[in-house]
Design a protein. Structure first.
Lengths: 564, 283
């Protein structure tokens, strides 16, 4: 069987001022007709650059320096744009990661589908509209007429990605390149989109090159998988083979980084950690105060009673009527001292708003919040801030880019009276940096000099330097690569034991939440649907919303024979 | 599990500045011109205000007058060396003041409540619509024409622009997570404005302010040419152009051309410096 696409010894260099970056170094790939090949790797591994070079979509600073890319026997490397256009769309379709930016915001869906149909199928304007209509039907859109008249911003993320699939599919390409097609989508939508993609390509026998970082997606969709690291492919093979018995240690790390549902009890009698890491749980002291362990009484440290929040949108000067949106609706829950409480929900379910309400960062519309027995609106703000800390989702924006990280940690220490002098604050800072696995030598650097994982460590150091009682973790790992996520989760579990912390852990990935948390609350459209012990996740009386989240988890499929 | 910090990879801002040819050229030109202006009393061959009825409108290269003399027999070279002093000081001081006022107003506008911010920004819109030349004329009527009028007019003209730019940037910064993080770390609102947000705006303000100085050197020269700025007989580039224009076509082009070139050079240098700083400060 001849390959639809064969890539041989591909090298791509980026010419940056003062440096040349070898983004892709000798990649060999073959995609056969009708198969789904997954290209897996972490950010910066060169997987997207490989895909972009196939269609000649590399940015101006990048150049293919060696190797060949053959599509159905035609050499693509070095072809001018005009001749490449013969293959783009008609031969090779492309689906991009973010459906928000890959659809033109100024044209209706109908005109974008119609233009593509007229270009590739050479049909009349009316026939093109018909084609658009049938394709929207095929990608499972219920009311194609309305969608054809809509602009991209009027559709949800899942709908937009369906439209993108229709756009890529209607010209009947032999090969479809999907670059992280579901990364920007909610877990429940992700599975629908992947299944749709599989159905469509299965019908027409289209080959798919699927680029992803998620082994759940790989296991769910692909027949073969290629693992990429630092610009080179380290392992290729049948999906079941690679997932079940990975040969390369890096593949093993990637697979083990993602907690599987139920893995919290994988090793009996031992603290749960990812990547078989040994827990560091020796009691450490940031200052004298934590020398004695705080009593683990199981008393509630944070209590929310009937909490609600409404946002006003529109009004004078916006050209819209003033309306209110209920982001959080009558939520009652309590977090016990010493536990990890997980809060899960899809995007827009109000979990981040709830986190901000809990710490008094946003004013309440209704309800009461007690922290350690006192109302947060009445309590002394200094004391509350010191004992109640946050770690935000994206450390890139949560750290001030123009202030040295050392200053960012010492300032709150001085401000909240945790340290009485600059010297003492500096000592606490270096101890906090040590604790998160960085060194005091990093204190005089700016956030941009760190990697994503290091930045999140700094965020964590900034919060724990204050020795808080409660730490709210708002999706602390969702902006990170899986292997980085694993080390951060391990760090958080270590720190909790070392410093007697209580966590409120917010997330959208049920596998992570289930692995890390003791109790779980499920939010949907601002309401708390239910709370339960993490061990009871599979109990029969779970709500449909919880079941939907559980169904959306893509298991690795292959038996976890690697557990030892 | 202590990790020793590896060496830093980035060049310092100063190193990047030196590598940026545009910025470096702008800076060198400015240093030279400022140096000449400061040292004018020692460099100038003649008293810039001393007329000589015997030597009126000497051509370029005349004995004792390298760049010739004007219609009152004053040495053009000496007047050129002195002529930048007023303009440079006025433009720099006025823009510095305007930048500070504009930054504070813009920050306040971005972080105030909807109503306050609305009122403030509409007032700024009004200032945009107000003819600056009218301000200069009224100021000249109230106080004596001179550097004071120039400074007042430039401040009036520049503040709305700086405010708008800072307002727009601060509005973006306000939504970033680090502001919320600072709030959760107990920072008060004024502390957030001055110690968290302001450092993120400084580079754009400095860049914009640098270009503004260049623009306003030209603008103050125009006002002086109209008679609202530096008063005769004191030397000023703008004034020299307006006086030299009368003799431009009668065979003495140098009287107006040399100060015009000087203004052009300073304005260009400030703009080069501004562009270069943008590349250096926003890598």
């Amino acid at each position: 069987m001849t390959a639809v696409l064969s890539v041989d010894g591909l090298h791509v260099d980026f010419q940056l001022p003062g440096a040349v970056v070898n983004a892709v170094r000798g990649v060999d790939l073959e995609v056969h007709p009708g198969e789904v090949l997954a290209l897996v790797g972490e950010s910066g591994s060169g997987k997207s650059v490989t895909a972009a070079s196939i269609l000649g979509l590399l940015p101006g600073t990048a150049r293919v320096t060696a190797g060949s890319i053959r599509f159905e026997g035609n050499e693509l490397v070095g072809l001018p744009d005009k001749r490449l256009n013969v293959f783009r769309g008609a031969g090779i379709g492309m689906i991009f990661q973010d459906p928000v930016t890959s659809l033109d915001p100024s044209f209706t869906i109908g005109s974008q589908l119609g233009d593509t149909a007229r270009l590739h199928l050479k049909v009349s304007r009316d026939a093109a509209r018909e084609v658009g209509h049938t394709w929207l039907d095929r990608v499972g859109i219920a009311d194609p007429e309305r969608v054809l008249r809509s602009y991209p911003h009027e559709l949800s993320g899942g709908m937009r990605q369906r439209v993108m699939i229709a756009l890529a599919g209607l010209s009947g390409p032999k090969l479809l390149i999907a670059d992280e097609p579901t990364t920007a989508l909610d877990a429940t939508v992700q599975k629908q989109i992947l299944d749709l993609l599989l159905d469509l390509t299965g019908e027409t026998g289209t080959a798919v090159l699927l680029i992803t970082h998620d082994f759940g997606v790989v296991s769910h969709t692909s027949s073969r998988v290629a693992v990429m690291r630092a610009g080179a492919i380290v392992e290729v093979g049948e999906t079941a083979q690679v997932l079940g018995a990975p040969e390369h240690p890096y593949t093993r790390i990637l697979i083990d980084s993602v907690p599987a549902i139920g893995q919290r009890h994988a090793v009996a009698g031992q603290e749960r950690r990812l990547l078989s890491a040994t827990p560091h749980t020796g009691r450490v002291q940031l200052s004298d105060r934590t020398a004695a362990p705080r009593p683990d009484t199981g008393e509630p440290i944070l209590e929310l009673a009937g909490v609600a929040k409404e946002f006003a949108i529109g009004g004078l000067g916006t050209g819209r009527h003033k309306t209110t949106v209920r982001a959080v609706d009558d939520v009652t829950l309590s977090v016990r001292r010493g536990e990890i409480f997980g809060l899960i929900g899809e995007s827009g379910s109000g979990k981040s708003t709830l986190a901000r309400l809990a710490g008094g960062l946003l004013p309440l519309t209704a309800g009461r919040i007690n922290f350690d027995g006192t109302d947060v609106t009445a309590v002394d703000k200094h004391d509350l801030r010191r004992r109640f800390q946050y770690v935000f989702q994206d450390a890139t924006t949560a750290l001030n880019p123009r202030i040295k990280v050392g200053d960012q940690i010492t300032r709150p220490l001085l401000r909240l009276g945790k340290a009485s002098s600059r010297k003492q604050a500096a000592q606490l800072t270096s101890r906090a940096l040590d604790l998160v696995g960085l060194s005091a030598g990093y204190a005089d650097r700016y956030p941009r000099e760190f990697s994503g994982g290091q930045r999140q460590r700094i965020s964590i150091a900034r919060a724990i330097a204050l020795e808080p009682d409660l730490l709210i973790l708002d999706e602390p790992t969702s902006a990170l690569d899986v292997s980085t996520q694993a080390t951060i989760l391990n760090l958080l579990l270590d720190l909790k034991d070392e410093l007697d912390l209580t966590y409120l852990f917010i997330g959208h990935n049920l596998a992570v939440i289930e692995f890390v948390c003791d109790r779980i609350g499920v939010l949907k459209q601002g309401s708390l649907i239910e709370t339960f012990e993490a061990d009871d996740l599979f109990a029969a009386d779970r709500q449909p919303a919880t079941r939907a989240l559980l169904d959306a988890v893509l298991p690795l499929g292959a038996p976890l024979t690697t557990k030892d | 599990m202590t990790v020793v910090a590896p060496p830093r990879l980035r060049r310092s801002a100063a190193a990047r500045f030196v590598r940026n040819r545009e910025a470096l050229l702008g800076l060198i030109v400015l240093v030279v011109i400022v140096g000449i202006s400061v040292l004018a009393p020692w460099l100038a061959p003649h008293d810039p205000n001393a007329g000589d009825p015997e030597n009126v409108l000497n051509p370029i290269g005349a004995a004792g007058h390298l760049l010739g003399t004007d219609d009152q027999g004053r040495d053009v070279l000496s007047r050129l060396l002195y002529g930048g002093r007023g303009a440079l000081v006025v433009a720099t001081v006025a823009v510095a003041i305007a930048t500070v006022i504009g930054t504070l107003l813009g920050l306040a506008g971005a972080f105030a409540g909807r109503r306050t911010s609305g009122v403030l920004m509409r007032v700024i819109d009004l200032l945009f619509a107000f003819p600056v030349i009218l301000v200069a004329l009224s100021l000249a009527a109230i106080v004596q024409p001179g550097p004071g009028v120039l400074i007042g007019t430039v401040i009036f003209g520049a503040v709305p622009y700086v405010t708008r730019i800072v307002f727009a940037e601060a509005k973006i910064e306000r939504e970033k997570d680090y502001v919320e993080a600072a709030r959760s770390l107990g920072a008060s609102e004024p502390a957030i404005l001055l110690t968290e947000v302001l450092p993120n705006l400084v580079s754009s303000v400095v860049i914009y302010g640098t270009s503004l100085v260049g623009i306003n050197i030209v603008f103050t020269a125009s006002l002086s040419a109209l008679g609202l700025g530096i008063q005769p007989p004191n030397p000023d580039w703008g004034r020299m152009i307006s006086e030299g224009a009368k003799v431009l076509v009668t065979g003495s082009p140098g009287v107006a051309t040399f100060p015009a070139v000087a203004i052009l050079l300073v304005a260009l240098a400030f703009n080069w410096l501004g562009d270069g700083l943008r590349d250096v400060l926003n890598p």
